[in-house]
Design a protein around this ligand. Structure first.
Ligand code: TMP
Length: 209
């Protein structure tokens, strides 16, 4: 397989329990099998400092305002971009991040009402508008999210079993992705194999471009 050596930055986004992590594992399996260099990372997190900030950001008991939370997220992100993402891209790797800036636009900008446009503007100013080339956006009906979460251990402050919260998350992603070619929509109700096929096809198209 011919490999474009410039590196590609890809993110996975969507509401809780939409199956992103399973699909990232399957994609990693495919890349490994085909000897395509890659790096899997996540947000908030990806570096030592950013993982420490993740604990604070997702702490149910942390007493922080929406603005303070955004600043923590963005400093974690800058540390992640500079120390992990950019160096790996330079080495020609496919960098796959489980969530990235779109999560901030949706969760803090839209759901927590900081303002989506204001959050996007901050990203542009502070992080030079560094964004993935493609984003797989997983969409799942709210009742399915609740059903899946009930089977899981609810661990962080955004894992809540609350219909209106998850509706708001989905609406935020819909608003954000409207008319933007960066997003590839994934129907999370499809089977694991069907979703994997779609993702692998898209990645192949990107690599062979
Ligand atoms: P996850 O690792 O299970 O996807 O959980 C991370 C949680 O953090 C998820 O509920 C979404 C939330 N989050 C934000 O609120 N803002 C962000 O910028 C990011 C990256 C995640």
């Amino acid at each position: 397989m011919k490999f474009n050596s410039n590196g590609l930055f890809i993110s996975f986004e969507g509401p809780e329990a939409s199956g992103k992590s399973t699909q990232i594992k399957l994609l990693a399996y495919f890349l490994k099998k085909n000897k395509i260099p890659f790096l899997i990372t996540r947000e908030p997190g990806g570096t030592k400092i950013a993982e420490k900030l993740r604990r604070i950001i997702l702490d149910k008991k942390a007493n922080i305002t929406a603005t303070e939370e955004i600043l923590l997220l963005m400093s974690a992100r800058m540390n992640h971009i500079n120390n992990i993402i950019k160096p790996a891209l330079k080495e020609g790797k496919i960098v796959i991040s489980d969530r990235f800036a779109d999560s901030t636009f949706v969760y803090q900008g839209h759901v927590n009402k900081y303002g989506m446009k204001k959050t996007i503007d901050l990203h542009r100013i502070l992080l030079n508008n560094f964004l993935p080339i493609k984003t797989f956006l997983f969409i799942l009906p709210v009742n399915q999210i609740i059903k899946r979460l009930k089977k899981r251990n609810v661990t962080n402050k955004y894992d809540k079993i609350d219909t209106s919260f998850h509706k708001n998350v989905i609406n935020g992603y819909m608003k954000l992705s409207k008319n933007k070619r960066r997003f590839i929509f994934i129907d999370a109700l499809n089977s694991t194999n069907e979703i994997n096929d779609k993702i692998v096809k898209s990645i192949n198209n990107l690599i062979l471009k």
